[in-house]
Each structure stands twice: as C-alpha cells, then as structure tokens.
Ligand binder design. Structure first.
Ligand SMILES: C[S@@+](CC[C@H](N)C(=O)[O-])C[C@H]1O[C@@H](n2cnc3c(N)ncnc32)[C@H](O)[C@@H]1O
Length: 264
C-alpha cells in the first residue's frame, strides 16, 4: 500500500497541469416518491435493513436525480452490475415508458431480481445475466452503481462505443491495480502519471470510510476524485460532455462520486 507522502506529490503534479477534479452541483429534479412505488423495488423494502437500506436509497435517489434529465420515452437503460436490482428496479418504476435491463455476472443475484420483478408487477424490466462485455443489444443509457473496479471502466467504454449516456458511481477503485486495461485512461493524465503511480492513486482512492472528517477519508476522497476525473477526461477525448458530482448526503456511501457523460 502506498503512503500519503508517495501519493500527494502525484496529485500536486496533476494540479499543476490543470487536471484537478471539478465538481458540479447535482441537477434539481423531482424526488423519488418511494411511497408511490411497489415495496419490492425499495431498498428499505426488506432485503436490507437499517442504515444500510437508507444509504442504498440515497445512492439510488442520487442516480435517478441525474438520470431524469437524460432519458426520453422509449429509452433503453442498462443497469450494469445490477445485482438484485437495487437501482434498476426503482428506475423501471420511475420511468415506465423506458425499457430497463438488469445485467450482472452473478446469476444468484439476478434470480433475486427476478423474484422482486415478479412481486412488483413491473413489465418494463428484462434480465440479462452475464458480464458487462457480453452486452450486445443497443441501449441509450448505461448506469453503474458501485460497479467494482475496472468493470466501471468496461461499462463506461461500452457506453462511449455505443454513443450512449453514462452515469456511474464507481467503487472498489483499488481493483484497478490488477486490471489488464490501460490506465491512465485519458491522454491528459498519461502525460503526467505512469501506470505505477496511477495504481498508487487507485489504491489510495479506497481509503474513504465512515469518518468523513478523518485524514484517511479526506485523502481517499481526494484521490478518488482524480481517478474519476481521468475516466471523464477519457470520454471528453471522444467528444463527450461530462460532469462529476458528490452524492447528497455525502455519507450516502464512502464511494460517493458520480460521473456523467453525454455524447455531443
Ligand atoms: C457492489 S455490487 C453493487 C450492486 C448494485 N448495483 C447496488 O448498488 O446495490 C457490484 C455488482 O457488480 C457485479 N459485477 C462486477 N463486475 C461485473 C462485470 N464485469 N460484469 C457484470 N457484473 C459485474 C457483481 O456481481 C456485483 O453484483
């Protein structure tokens, strides 16, 4: 594991090149009316309990807040790494004219999604068990809520390849260290940081925790911002317009960032 004295100078170099993350305010959109949705689509509806369920609700609300301005009737939306549908199912309920696909490599969790869909009565959700890279059908919007490590990059790259919108809240950023993908992702970052340094940065990005005032968390949050900035800059190099956000409330998750890209 790298020390902060190894990571901080890397961030300083990125700052000197104007590559500091820039955070945008989340769009003001209508809230999710949970009480009007089927219980089965609500993270607090039974599968999780207590604060964990509430935090998942907040994460979902943040993703939907961004999504509202980026769909139109008939949009095909993919929830990559959907697990049992914590995001995909409320999205399907909130956007009844859209078609939602639940994609996850673990068939066991997709089976739970199937039960939740049956219980909820939703008709606009389909299951697509498998890996991100196995998605071959056309889609308009790709979502990824806490899609681990480079699976976020795979999903984002697939969105860019298809000219689709992406909305990703990445997690397990340290897994990037064992990824076969090329990092840094953007040309801008690769002019300043080599792969070894990037791996240190990715490792530090996982230092975020529950104590938001602690040094460990603040250093982790700062590092996470640069990795996500690099991901967005890679999209800019494909003519995407991008934004970067912190979820509200910020303790919705230690991995509280959302990156968004729309093709121009
Ligand atoms: C941390 S969970 C998040 C689940 C859900 N999105 C949520 O926020 O509750 C990450 C999920 O991504 C799935 N996953 C990871 N890598 C994947 C890949 N390459 N293709 C498909 N699914 C993947 C895992 O199986 C797991 O269910």
């Amino acid at each position: 594991m790298p020390s902060w004295s190894t990571v901080a100078p890397i961030l300083d170099r990125l700052d000197a090149q104007g590559l500091t993350p820039v955070y945008d305010a989340l769009p003001e959109t209508e809230p999710v009316e949970w009480h009007a949705l089927p219980t089965q689509v609500d993270p607090t509806g039974g599968l999780m309990d207590g604060i964990r369920a509430q935090r998942k609700r907040w994460q979902v609300e943040n993703m939907i807040r961004v999504l509202r301005g980026l769909t139109r009737p008939g949009s095909v939306i993919v929830d990559f790494g959907a697990s049992s549908g914590n995001l995909g199912l409320p999205v399907a309920a909130c956007f009844p004219t859209c078609q939602v696909y639940i994609v996850d490599k673990k068939s066991r969790t997709v089976d739970i999604a199937k039960e939740r869909i049956a219980g909820s009565g939703l008709k606009n959700v389909a299951l697509y068990p498998g890996f991100v890279k196995e998605v071959t059908f056309p889609f308009d919007v790709g979502l990824g809520l806490h899609l681990c490590g480079d699976a976020t990059d795979q999903a984002q790259m697939l969105c860019i390849e298809r000219g689709a919108v992406y909305i990703m809240a990445p997690c397990c950023i340290g897994f990037i260290q064992r990824s076969a993908l090329v990092f840094p992702r953007s040309r801008a970052f690769s002019m300043v940081v080599n792969r070894t340094e990037y791996d240190w940065l990715a490792s530090a990005a996982d230092w975020t925790g529950r104590d938001e005032q602690g040094d460990q968390h603040r250093r982790g949050k700062r590092s996470m911002g640069y990795v996500n900035r690099d991901r967005n800059l890679a999209a800019v190099e494909h003519r995407y317009r991008v934004t970067q956000h912190t979820m509200v409330p910020s303790d919705a998750s230690p991995k509280n960032e959302i990156i968004v890209g729309t093709p121009s």
